[in-house]
Design a protein around this ligand. Structure first.
Ligand code: G3P
Length: 494
Protein backbone atom coordinates (compact mmCIF):
# COMPACT_ATOMS: atom_id res chain seq x y z
CA UNK A 1 0.00 0.00 0.00
CA UNK A 2 2.69 2.63 0.82
CA UNK A 3 4.39 1.74 -2.48
CA UNK A 4 1.24 2.56 -4.43
CA UNK A 5 0.26 5.64 -2.42
CA UNK A 6 3.71 7.20 -2.73
CA UNK A 7 4.61 5.78 -6.18
CA UNK A 8 4.65 9.04 -8.12
CA UNK A 9 6.90 10.94 -5.72
CA UNK A 10 10.04 9.13 -6.89
CA UNK A 11 11.52 6.98 -9.60
CA UNK A 12 11.53 3.37 -8.54
CA UNK A 13 15.31 2.95 -8.38
CA UNK A 14 17.32 2.00 -5.30
CA UNK A 15 18.13 4.43 -3.81
CA UNK A 16 15.26 6.49 -5.23
CA UNK A 17 15.42 9.95 -6.68
CA UNK A 18 12.48 11.98 -5.40
CA UNK A 19 10.60 14.48 -7.54
CA UNK A 20 9.44 17.88 -6.42
CA UNK A 21 5.75 18.81 -6.36
CA UNK A 22 4.98 21.78 -8.59
CA UNK A 23 1.45 22.19 -7.27
CA UNK A 24 -0.02 19.84 -9.88
CA UNK A 25 2.45 17.01 -10.41
CA UNK A 26 5.54 15.34 -9.00
CA UNK A 27 8.27 16.07 -11.55
CA UNK A 28 12.05 16.12 -11.84
CA UNK A 29 13.65 19.56 -11.93
CA UNK A 30 14.88 20.94 -15.23
CA UNK A 31 18.14 21.74 -13.39
CA UNK A 32 19.16 18.10 -13.81
CA UNK A 33 20.70 18.50 -10.34
CA UNK A 34 19.93 16.48 -7.24
CA UNK A 35 21.18 16.53 -3.69
CA UNK A 36 22.10 13.37 -1.86
CA UNK A 37 20.59 12.28 1.44
CA UNK A 38 22.77 9.90 3.46
CA UNK A 39 21.69 8.24 6.68
CA UNK A 40 23.47 9.62 9.75
CA UNK A 41 23.39 6.06 11.11
CA UNK A 42 26.00 4.66 8.76
CA UNK A 43 26.45 7.14 5.92
CA UNK A 44 24.57 4.95 3.42
CA UNK A 45 22.82 6.86 0.63
CA UNK A 46 19.06 6.63 1.08
CA UNK A 47 17.89 8.89 -1.73
CA UNK A 48 18.26 12.01 -3.79
CA UNK A 49 16.15 15.17 -3.83
CA UNK A 50 15.65 17.54 -6.74
CA UNK A 51 17.39 20.90 -6.71
CA UNK A 52 14.74 23.17 -8.19
CA UNK A 53 15.56 26.25 -10.25
CA UNK A 54 14.49 29.83 -9.55
CA UNK A 55 12.25 29.66 -12.66
CA UNK A 56 10.53 26.63 -11.13
CA UNK A 57 10.06 28.53 -7.88
CA UNK A 58 8.53 31.41 -9.86
CA UNK A 59 6.10 29.02 -11.53
CA UNK A 60 5.15 27.42 -8.21
CA UNK A 61 4.63 30.84 -6.60
CA UNK A 62 2.54 32.07 -9.54
CA UNK A 63 0.32 29.01 -9.35
CA UNK A 64 0.03 29.29 -5.55
CA UNK A 65 -0.87 32.99 -5.67
CA UNK A 66 -3.40 32.46 -8.46
CA UNK A 67 -5.21 29.57 -6.77
CA UNK A 68 -5.19 31.00 -3.21
CA UNK A 69 -8.39 33.10 -3.35
CA UNK A 70 -10.42 30.04 -4.40
CA UNK A 71 -8.93 28.00 -1.56
CA UNK A 72 -9.71 30.71 0.97
CA UNK A 73 -13.26 30.85 -0.42
CA UNK A 74 -13.66 27.09 0.06
CA UNK A 75 -16.02 26.52 3.01
CA UNK A 76 -14.04 25.96 6.19
CA UNK A 77 -15.84 22.68 6.89
CA UNK A 78 -14.39 21.31 3.64
CA UNK A 79 -10.85 22.37 4.57
CA UNK A 80 -11.39 20.80 7.99
CA UNK A 81 -12.50 17.54 6.38
CA UNK A 82 -9.37 17.42 4.21
CA UNK A 83 -7.19 18.04 7.29
CA UNK A 84 -8.80 15.19 9.24
CA UNK A 85 -8.32 12.89 6.28
CA UNK A 86 -4.66 13.91 6.00
CA UNK A 87 -4.26 13.19 9.74
CA UNK A 88 -5.77 9.75 9.19
CA UNK A 89 -3.33 9.05 6.37
CA UNK A 90 -0.41 10.06 8.60
CA UNK A 91 -1.70 7.58 11.20
CA UNK A 92 -2.28 4.93 8.56
CA UNK A 93 1.37 5.13 7.45
CA UNK A 94 2.78 5.39 10.97
CA UNK A 95 5.05 2.39 10.68
CA UNK A 96 6.31 3.28 7.21
CA UNK A 97 6.98 6.92 8.14
CA UNK A 98 8.64 5.87 11.40
CA UNK A 99 11.17 3.69 9.58
CA UNK A 100 11.81 6.48 7.11
CA UNK A 101 12.48 8.96 9.91
CA UNK A 102 14.78 6.61 11.82
CA UNK A 103 16.94 6.08 8.73
CA UNK A 104 16.85 9.63 7.51
CA UNK A 105 17.47 11.62 10.69
CA UNK A 106 18.76 8.98 13.10
CA UNK A 107 15.95 9.21 15.70
CA UNK A 108 15.26 6.22 17.86
CA UNK A 109 12.18 4.27 16.77
CA UNK A 110 10.29 5.47 19.86
CA UNK A 111 11.06 9.11 19.13
CA UNK A 112 10.21 8.71 15.45
CA UNK A 113 6.92 6.99 16.21
CA UNK A 114 5.98 9.67 18.70
CA UNK A 115 6.74 12.36 16.10
CA UNK A 116 4.37 10.72 13.60
CA UNK A 117 1.60 10.17 16.13
CA UNK A 118 1.97 13.69 17.49
CA UNK A 119 1.71 15.11 13.95
CA UNK A 120 -1.57 13.30 13.25
CA UNK A 121 -2.97 14.42 16.62
CA UNK A 122 -1.82 17.97 15.97
CA UNK A 123 -3.46 18.09 12.54
CA UNK A 124 -6.75 16.89 14.02
CA UNK A 125 -6.53 19.41 16.84
CA UNK A 126 -5.79 22.22 14.37
CA UNK A 127 -8.80 21.21 12.30
CA UNK A 128 -11.07 21.21 15.35
CA UNK A 129 -9.76 24.48 16.72
CA UNK A 130 -9.99 26.27 13.35
CA UNK A 131 -13.76 25.93 13.60
CA UNK A 132 -13.89 28.19 16.63
CA UNK A 133 -11.75 30.96 15.15
CA UNK A 134 -14.00 33.80 14.15
CA UNK A 135 -14.11 37.53 13.68
CA UNK A 136 -15.83 40.11 15.87
CA UNK A 137 -17.78 43.30 15.75
CA UNK A 138 -16.78 46.44 17.65
CA UNK A 139 -18.91 49.51 18.22
CA UNK A 140 -17.41 52.98 18.00
CA UNK A 141 -18.94 54.63 21.05
CA UNK A 142 -16.52 53.02 23.49
CA UNK A 143 -13.94 55.63 22.55
CA UNK A 144 -14.36 59.17 23.90
CA UNK A 145 -15.71 61.58 21.30
CA UNK A 146 -17.47 58.90 19.24
CA UNK A 147 -21.12 58.01 19.15
CA UNK A 148 -22.60 54.80 17.77
CA UNK A 149 -22.05 56.03 14.20
CA UNK A 150 -19.53 53.35 13.18
CA UNK A 151 -19.27 49.61 13.43
CA UNK A 152 -16.09 47.69 12.69
CA UNK A 153 -16.62 44.20 11.29
CA UNK A 154 -13.37 42.41 11.92
CA UNK A 155 -12.69 39.34 9.83
CA UNK A 156 -9.78 36.94 9.94
CA UNK A 157 -8.27 36.46 6.50
CA UNK A 158 -5.30 34.59 5.07
CA UNK A 159 -1.88 36.09 4.44
CA UNK A 160 -1.82 34.61 0.92
CA UNK A 161 1.06 32.26 0.16
CA UNK A 162 2.90 30.94 3.21
CA UNK A 163 6.45 29.69 2.69
CA UNK A 164 6.88 26.89 5.25
CA UNK A 165 10.47 25.87 6.01
CA UNK A 166 10.95 22.85 8.27
CA UNK A 167 14.11 21.66 10.05
CA UNK A 168 15.77 18.25 10.05
CA UNK A 169 15.03 17.40 13.68
CA UNK A 170 11.26 17.11 13.30
CA UNK A 171 10.87 17.06 9.51
CA UNK A 172 7.31 15.74 9.66
CA UNK A 173 5.98 17.38 12.80
CA UNK A 174 7.46 20.83 12.26
CA UNK A 175 6.23 20.72 8.67
CA UNK A 176 2.73 19.71 9.78
CA UNK A 177 2.70 22.38 12.49
CA UNK A 178 3.09 25.02 9.76
CA UNK A 179 1.22 23.52 6.81
CA UNK A 180 -1.92 22.58 8.77
CA UNK A 181 -2.73 26.00 10.30
CA UNK A 182 -1.74 27.78 7.08
CA UNK A 183 -4.12 25.69 4.96
CA UNK A 184 -6.94 25.83 7.50
CA UNK A 185 -6.81 29.62 7.58
CA UNK A 186 -7.07 29.72 3.78
CA UNK A 187 -3.44 30.23 2.83
CA UNK A 188 -1.68 28.35 0.08
CA UNK A 189 1.59 26.74 1.09
CA UNK A 190 4.94 26.43 -0.60
CA UNK A 191 6.70 23.87 1.53
CA UNK A 192 10.48 23.67 1.65
CA UNK A 193 11.55 20.56 3.57
CA UNK A 194 15.05 20.34 5.00
CA UNK A 195 17.59 18.44 2.90
CA UNK A 196 18.17 15.88 5.64
CA UNK A 197 14.56 15.03 6.43
CA UNK A 198 13.46 16.00 2.93
CA UNK A 199 12.48 12.45 2.03
CA UNK A 200 10.11 12.36 4.99
CA UNK A 201 8.96 15.83 3.98
CA UNK A 202 7.99 14.90 0.42
CA UNK A 203 5.99 11.98 1.80
CA UNK A 204 4.02 14.38 3.99
CA UNK A 205 3.33 16.65 1.00
CA UNK A 206 1.93 13.65 -0.88
CA UNK A 207 -0.36 12.88 2.06
CA UNK A 208 -1.85 16.39 1.93
CA UNK A 209 -2.30 16.07 -1.80
CA UNK A 210 -3.96 12.68 -1.59
CA UNK A 211 -6.23 13.96 1.18
CA UNK A 212 -7.70 16.37 -1.33
CA UNK A 213 -5.74 19.63 -1.13
CA UNK A 214 -6.54 21.12 -4.55
CA UNK A 215 -4.10 21.91 -7.35
CA UNK A 216 -1.72 24.79 -6.63
CA UNK A 217 -2.70 25.00 -2.94
CA UNK A 218 0.29 23.03 -1.72
CA UNK A 219 3.60 22.57 -3.47
CA UNK A 220 6.87 21.13 -2.27
CA UNK A 221 10.20 22.46 -3.49
CA UNK A 222 13.51 20.89 -2.60
CA UNK A 223 17.13 21.93 -2.82
CA UNK A 224 19.82 23.22 -0.51
CA UNK A 225 18.64 26.05 1.72
CA UNK A 226 21.64 28.13 0.71
CA UNK A 227 20.75 27.71 -2.98
CA UNK A 228 16.99 28.29 -3.00
CA UNK A 229 16.21 29.59 0.49
CA UNK A 230 16.99 33.26 -0.15
CA UNK A 231 15.04 33.26 -3.38
CA UNK A 232 12.01 31.69 -1.75
CA UNK A 233 11.81 33.92 1.30
CA UNK A 234 12.45 37.10 -0.64
CA UNK A 235 9.96 36.19 -3.35
CA UNK A 236 7.44 38.98 -3.97
CA UNK A 237 4.57 36.48 -3.95
CA UNK A 238 5.51 35.04 -0.55
CA UNK A 239 2.97 36.50 1.87
CA UNK A 240 4.42 35.05 5.06
CA UNK A 241 7.41 33.00 6.18
CA UNK A 242 7.07 30.24 8.78
CA UNK A 243 10.45 28.83 9.72
CA UNK A 244 12.07 26.57 12.29
CA UNK A 245 15.83 26.32 12.31
CA UNK A 246 19.00 27.87 13.65
CA UNK A 247 19.10 31.40 15.02
CA UNK A 248 21.73 32.43 12.50
CA UNK A 249 19.52 31.29 9.61
CA UNK A 250 16.50 32.95 11.23
CA UNK A 251 18.33 36.27 11.48
CA UNK A 252 19.44 35.94 7.84
CA UNK A 253 15.89 35.14 6.63
CA UNK A 254 14.43 38.06 8.58
CA UNK A 255 16.81 40.36 6.71
CA UNK A 256 15.78 38.94 3.35
CA UNK A 257 12.03 39.08 3.85
CA UNK A 258 11.42 42.71 4.75
CA UNK A 259 7.88 43.64 5.82
CA UNK A 260 6.60 40.07 5.58
CA UNK A 261 4.89 38.49 8.60
CA UNK A 262 7.30 36.01 10.20
CA UNK A 263 6.65 33.05 12.47
CA UNK A 264 10.01 31.69 13.60
CA UNK A 265 11.20 29.16 16.12
CA UNK A 266 14.98 29.27 16.38
CA UNK A 267 17.79 28.05 18.59
CA UNK A 268 17.33 27.79 22.32
CA UNK A 269 20.50 26.92 24.26
CA UNK A 270 18.14 26.60 27.20
CA UNK A 271 19.26 26.86 30.83
CA UNK A 272 18.12 24.91 33.87
CA UNK A 273 18.47 26.84 37.10
CA UNK A 274 18.59 24.58 40.15
CA UNK A 275 17.84 26.30 43.46
CA UNK A 276 19.37 24.80 46.62
CA UNK A 277 15.98 23.62 47.92
CA UNK A 278 15.18 21.64 44.74
CA UNK A 279 14.30 17.97 44.67
CA UNK A 280 17.72 17.02 43.34
CA UNK A 281 16.78 13.65 41.89
CA UNK A 282 13.86 15.18 40.01
CA UNK A 283 16.14 17.95 38.71
CA UNK A 284 18.81 15.44 37.68
CA UNK A 285 16.31 13.23 35.86
CA UNK A 286 14.80 16.19 34.01
CA UNK A 287 18.26 17.50 33.12
CA UNK A 288 19.27 14.13 31.67
CA UNK A 289 16.05 13.89 29.68
CA UNK A 290 16.19 17.54 28.66
CA UNK A 291 19.82 17.49 27.60
CA UNK A 292 20.15 14.12 25.92
CA UNK A 293 16.86 13.05 24.36
CA UNK A 294 17.25 12.88 20.58
CA UNK A 295 20.96 13.49 21.15
CA UNK A 296 20.27 17.05 22.29
CA UNK A 297 19.02 17.99 18.83
CA UNK A 298 15.92 19.81 20.04
CA UNK A 299 15.51 23.58 20.14
CA UNK A 300 14.11 22.99 23.61
CA UNK A 301 17.05 20.89 24.86
CA UNK A 302 18.76 21.90 28.10
CA UNK A 303 22.25 23.13 27.28
CA UNK A 304 23.48 24.51 30.56
CA UNK A 305 22.77 24.15 34.26
CA UNK A 306 23.16 26.99 36.74
CA UNK A 307 23.51 26.57 40.48
CA UNK A 308 25.76 27.33 43.42
CA UNK A 309 28.93 25.26 43.66
CA UNK A 310 27.47 23.01 46.41
CA UNK A 311 24.23 22.48 44.47
CA UNK A 312 26.12 21.56 41.31
CA UNK A 313 28.34 19.11 43.17
CA UNK A 314 25.29 17.21 44.43
CA UNK A 315 23.68 17.41 41.03
CA UNK A 316 26.76 16.30 39.09
CA UNK A 317 26.94 12.99 40.96
CA UNK A 318 23.24 12.34 40.36
CA UNK A 319 23.29 13.40 36.70
CA UNK A 320 26.30 11.21 35.89
CA UNK A 321 24.63 8.25 37.63
CA UNK A 322 21.28 8.75 35.91
CA UNK A 323 22.94 9.31 32.58
CA UNK A 324 24.50 5.85 32.88
CA UNK A 325 21.09 4.38 33.75
CA UNK A 326 18.84 6.21 31.31
CA UNK A 327 21.00 6.96 28.28
CA UNK A 328 22.68 4.53 25.94
CA UNK A 329 24.33 5.77 22.78
CA UNK A 330 24.11 3.53 19.74
CA UNK A 331 22.45 2.65 16.47
CA UNK A 332 18.93 4.14 16.74
CA UNK A 333 17.47 1.07 15.02
CA UNK A 334 18.48 -1.05 18.00
CA UNK A 335 16.04 -1.26 20.94
CA UNK A 336 19.09 -1.14 23.24
CA UNK A 337 19.78 2.45 22.27
CA UNK A 338 18.26 5.01 24.59
CA UNK A 339 17.99 8.69 23.68
CA UNK A 340 21.35 9.13 21.91
CA UNK A 341 21.87 7.94 18.34
CA UNK A 342 24.07 9.82 15.90
CA UNK A 343 23.80 13.57 15.45
CA UNK A 344 22.65 14.59 12.00
CA UNK A 345 26.04 14.19 10.27
CA UNK A 346 29.69 13.51 10.98
CA UNK A 347 30.48 17.15 10.04
CA UNK A 348 28.06 18.45 12.67
CA UNK A 349 29.50 16.02 15.24
CA UNK A 350 32.99 17.28 14.40
CA UNK A 351 31.86 20.85 14.84
CA UNK A 352 30.40 20.11 18.28
CA UNK A 353 33.55 18.22 19.25
CA UNK A 354 35.51 21.34 18.33
CA UNK A 355 33.34 23.45 20.66
CA UNK A 356 33.90 20.90 23.45
CA UNK A 357 37.66 20.90 22.89
CA UNK A 358 37.84 24.70 22.77
CA UNK A 359 35.85 24.93 25.99
CA UNK A 360 38.08 22.36 27.68
CA UNK A 361 41.14 24.30 26.54
CA UNK A 362 39.56 27.36 28.17
CA UNK A 363 39.16 25.56 31.53
CA UNK A 364 36.04 23.36 31.31
CA UNK A 365 36.32 19.83 32.72
CA UNK A 366 34.85 16.68 31.21
CA UNK A 367 32.80 14.87 33.86
CA UNK A 368 31.69 12.25 31.38
CA UNK A 369 31.78 11.68 27.59
CA UNK A 370 33.46 14.07 25.18
CA UNK A 371 34.53 11.56 22.52
CA UNK A 372 33.33 11.21 18.95
CA UNK A 373 33.15 8.40 16.45
CA UNK A 374 31.87 9.64 13.08
CA UNK A 375 28.42 11.10 13.65
CA UNK A 376 28.20 9.55 17.13
CA UNK A 377 29.08 11.88 19.95
CA UNK A 378 29.18 10.57 23.49
CA UNK A 379 26.65 12.14 25.86
CA UNK A 380 28.83 14.72 27.53
CA UNK A 381 28.69 16.57 30.83
CA UNK A 382 31.11 19.46 31.28
CA UNK A 383 31.75 21.24 34.57
CA UNK A 384 33.60 24.47 35.46
CA UNK A 385 32.03 26.02 32.37
CA UNK A 386 31.72 29.77 31.95
CA UNK A 387 29.00 31.44 29.86
CA UNK A 388 31.42 32.83 27.31
CA UNK A 389 32.74 29.37 26.38
CA UNK A 390 31.62 28.07 22.95
CA UNK A 391 29.54 25.21 24.46
CA UNK A 392 27.21 27.85 25.93
CA UNK A 393 27.72 30.96 23.80
CA UNK A 394 27.24 29.11 20.48
CA UNK A 395 24.17 27.28 19.32
CA UNK A 396 25.12 23.69 19.97
CA UNK A 397 22.81 21.00 18.64
CA UNK A 398 24.18 17.86 20.28
CA UNK A 399 24.28 15.79 23.51
CA UNK A 400 26.22 18.21 25.70
CA UNK A 401 25.23 19.63 29.10
CA UNK A 402 27.40 22.31 30.70
CA UNK A 403 27.46 23.10 34.41
CA UNK A 404 28.08 26.73 35.33
CA UNK A 405 28.62 27.57 39.01
CA UNK A 406 27.22 30.92 40.17
CA UNK A 407 27.95 32.92 43.32
CA UNK A 408 24.23 33.57 43.82
CA UNK A 409 20.98 33.39 41.93
CA UNK A 410 21.11 37.03 40.83
CA UNK A 411 24.14 35.99 38.80
CA UNK A 412 22.12 33.10 37.32
CA UNK A 413 19.41 35.52 36.20
CA UNK A 414 22.05 37.84 34.75
CA UNK A 415 23.60 34.98 32.74
CA UNK A 416 20.26 33.79 31.35
CA UNK A 417 19.17 37.28 30.41
CA UNK A 418 22.53 38.19 28.83
CA UNK A 419 22.30 35.25 26.41
CA UNK A 420 21.32 36.02 22.83
CA UNK A 421 18.92 33.07 23.09
CA UNK A 422 15.61 33.11 24.92
CA UNK A 423 13.42 30.13 24.11
CA UNK A 424 12.75 28.42 27.43
CA UNK A 425 14.30 28.00 30.86
CA UNK A 426 13.70 25.57 33.69
CA UNK A 427 13.69 26.41 37.36
CA UNK A 428 13.88 23.66 39.95
CA UNK A 429 12.67 24.39 43.49
CA UNK A 430 10.34 22.70 45.95
CA UNK A 431 8.63 26.03 46.50
CA UNK A 432 6.46 26.85 43.49
CA UNK A 433 6.00 30.40 44.79
CA UNK A 434 9.74 30.96 44.69
CA UNK A 435 9.77 29.39 41.23
CA UNK A 436 7.10 31.81 40.10
CA UNK A 437 8.97 34.85 41.39
CA UNK A 438 12.15 33.56 39.76
CA UNK A 439 10.41 32.77 36.47
CA UNK A 440 9.15 36.33 36.14
CA UNK A 441 12.70 37.63 36.10
CA UNK A 442 13.85 35.50 33.17
CA UNK A 443 13.72 37.00 29.70
CA UNK A 444 12.79 33.84 27.79
CA UNK A 445 9.71 32.64 25.94
CA UNK A 446 8.46 30.19 28.58
CA UNK A 447 9.68 29.02 31.95
CA UNK A 448 9.13 25.48 33.19
CA UNK A 449 8.99 25.02 36.94
CA UNK A 450 10.24 21.57 37.95
CA UNK A 451 10.28 20.23 34.39
CA UNK A 452 12.61 20.27 31.41
CA UNK A 453 11.90 22.66 28.52
CA UNK A 454 9.50 21.38 25.90
CA UNK A 455 7.13 22.62 23.24
CA UNK A 456 4.23 20.36 24.14
CA UNK A 457 1.47 19.96 24.88
CA UNK A 458 1.08 21.55 21.49
CA UNK A 459 -1.85 23.78 22.35
CA UNK A 460 0.26 25.70 24.88
CA UNK A 461 1.75 28.93 23.53
CA UNK A 462 5.28 28.35 22.30
CA UNK A 463 7.58 31.24 21.53
CA UNK A 464 11.12 32.50 21.71
CA UNK A 465 12.42 35.97 22.46
CA UNK A 466 15.69 37.59 21.30
CA UNK A 467 17.34 35.34 18.69
CA UNK A 468 15.11 32.39 19.60
CA UNK A 469 12.06 33.36 17.62
CA UNK A 470 9.35 35.70 16.41
CA UNK A 471 5.62 35.23 16.91
CA UNK A 472 3.73 32.63 18.90
CA UNK A 473 2.92 29.04 17.97
CA UNK A 474 0.60 26.56 19.64
CA UNK A 475 -2.66 25.46 18.08
CA UNK A 476 -4.85 28.58 18.47
CA UNK A 477 -1.83 30.90 18.39
CA UNK A 478 -0.55 29.39 15.14
CA UNK A 479 -3.98 29.71 13.53
CA UNK A 480 -4.04 33.36 14.56
CA UNK A 481 -0.49 33.91 13.32
CA UNK A 482 -1.33 32.32 9.98
CA UNK A 483 -4.06 34.89 9.42
CA UNK A 484 -4.52 38.62 9.78
CA UNK A 485 -7.34 40.89 10.82
CA UNK A 486 -9.35 42.71 8.20
CA UNK A 487 -11.55 45.39 9.77
CA UNK A 488 -14.28 46.76 7.55
CA UNK A 489 -15.85 49.86 9.06
CA UNK A 490 -19.47 50.72 8.32
CA UNK A 491 -20.01 54.45 8.78
CA UNK A 492 -23.62 55.33 9.35
CA UNK A 493 -24.54 58.63 7.72
CA UNK A 494 -25.63 61.04 10.52
O1 G3P B 1 13.47 21.64 18.16
C1 G3P B 1 12.18 21.90 17.84
C2 G3P B 1 11.26 22.11 19.00
O2 G3P B 1 10.01 22.45 18.52
C3 G3P B 1 11.30 21.03 20.03
O3 G3P B 1 10.11 20.45 20.35
O4 G3P B 1 8.73 18.78 21.43
O5 G3P B 1 11.19 18.48 21.44
O6 G3P B 1 10.15 20.24 22.83
P1 G3P B 1 10.03 19.42 21.58
Amino acid sequence: MPAEFFAEISDQKTPPTYNYFNGSQWVPSSSGKTTQVASPIDGSVIGFLQVVTTAEIDAVMDKAAASQPAWEATPLHQRVKIMHLAADWVRHFEEYLTTLLVNEVGKTADDAKSEIKRTADLMDYFADEAQSIHGEEIDSDNFPGYDKGRIALIERVAHGVVVAIAPFNYPVNLAGSKIAPALLMGNNVVFKPPTQGGISGVHLAQIFRKAGVPEGVISCVTGKGEEIGDYLVGHPKAGMIAFTGSSDTGVAIAGKAPMKPLLFECGGNNPAVVLPDADMSLAAREIVKGAFSYAGQRCTAIKYVLGTRETLETLETLVVKMLAELVKMGDPRSPETKMVGPVISAEVAEHIEKFINESVAAGAKVAVGGKRNGAYLEPTVLTSVRPEMPVVAQEIFGPVASFIAVADYTEAIRIVNASRFGLQASVFTKDEGTGLVFAKQLNVGSVQINGSPQRGPDHFPFLGVKHSGIGVQGVRYSLEAMSRLRPIVINKPQ
